[in-house]
Design a protein around this ligand. Structure first.
Ligand SMILES: [Zn+2]
Length: 335
């Protein structure tokens, strides 16, 4: 393992890796030392140093430092082993077999959807009615008890199905009676989100890195972007014509997702988080809005009626003009 780590770090110097993630370095004197804004915390004065000879970094702002692996661990907010898996994938060191497997699982779930009335009822009840959009988003259904058989028949060894998290150690399908959303990046499935239609715990992902922002390759073209918490919020907004909506799968953005939002300076971001009674969503939106403003973006907080999220707002009878009204009334963050 140690040898592999050293090889990885030698093959992909930290400075090159940071540049891949749009870090802008400034050389310090004549030494192989560089400084720039810290990708791990919000700041306006550069305090993130990279020593290209030693291949390490240190940030005087947040006190974090280390090598390529440590950086990726902080940046993607992952445990050690998942960080390695993610780096291997990101740097093209694994065969694309992993994402091919997830693509096949997603395709199987999608093929099941129309055969299961309760799943269609569930989508209908959540306000998702446009068959073209359901197909476009790749939404499917996991009845449970048939994915393992399907994938092993396609030649995937059971061990790999277990490693991917699609099948449990006991050999059962992980997703059971769940409406399935594939999270895709660059056209490939990077994770699967399963929403229970029964009494099972409401939702779960496969145990792997949180993907980037949903459909970012298309949404990033817009100069104004709507960010929501959940995939059903996104689906209803897309259905109502707000195609510039993306989703971070929760209110906590990984540094990588935050960097995606900031890849265009003049961008306006509307934060349409849940309007929770305990103000959890509103507080998260306020904190994120300030960070975005610090990073040079324009951030506005969308106020929904108490207790509503974008999904339930549309289900309660609101239409596109109502939501457009919410956007027009959205408040800019107050520093
Ligand atoms: Zn820092």
């Amino acid at each position: 393992m140690w040898k592999e780590l050293e090889e990885l770090k030698r093959q992909f110097p930290l400075l090159d890796y940071l540049r891949r993630h749009n870090w802008i370095p400034c050389q310090v004197g004549h030494r192989q030392e560089f400084v720039g804004l810290c990708p791990l915390h919000a700041e306006t004065h550069p305090s993130f140093y990279v020593n290209a000879v030693k291949n390490v970094f240190y940030c005087h702002g947040c006190g974090r430092g280390g090598d390529l692996i440590n950086f990726a661990q902080f940046y993607f907010d992952l445990p050690f082993l998942s960080t390695l898996a993610h780096l291997r994938h990101e740097l093209g060191l694994t065969a694309s077999s992993e994402s091919a497997l997830l693509d096949e699982a997603a395709a199987f779930y999608q093929s099941q959807l129309n055969h299961h009335e309760p799943a269609l009822d569930y989508l209908n009840q959540r306000g998702l009615r446009d068959p073209d959009l359901i197909r476009h988003l790749g939404i499917g259904y996991a009845p449970g008890g048939s994915l393992r058989r399907h994938l092993t028949a396609l030649g995937h060894p059971l061990e790999r199905l277990i490693d991917s998290g699609l099948v449990t150690r006991e050999g059962r399908d992980t997703f059971f009676r769940r409406v399935m959303f594939p999270c895709r990046e660059d056209g490939h499935c990077t994770n699967l989100y399963g929403r229970s239609i029964a009494v099972a715990p409401a939702h779960r992902f496969l145990p792997r890195p949180k993907a980037g922002l949903f459909a970012w390759e298309t949404v990033r073209q817009s100069s104004s972007v709507i960010l929501v918490e959940g995939l059903f919020d996104l689906a209803l907004l897309w259905q109502s014509g707000f195609l510039n909506t993306t989703c971070a799968m929760g209110t906590n953005l990984t540094p990588a997702q935050f960097a995606q939002l900031c890849d265009r300076q003049s961008r306006q971001v509307f934060l349409a988080f849940d309007s929770d009674v305990n103000r959890r969503g509103q507080d998260a939106a306020a904190a994120l809005a300030l960070r975005l403003e610090h990073a040079g973006l324009k951030a506005c907080i969308v106020d929904l009626p108490p207790g509503q999220d974008p999904n339930s707002y549309f289900c309660s009878g609101a239409g596109a003009p109502d939501f457009a009204g919410c956007l027009a009334r959205a408040q800019e963050a107050q520093p």
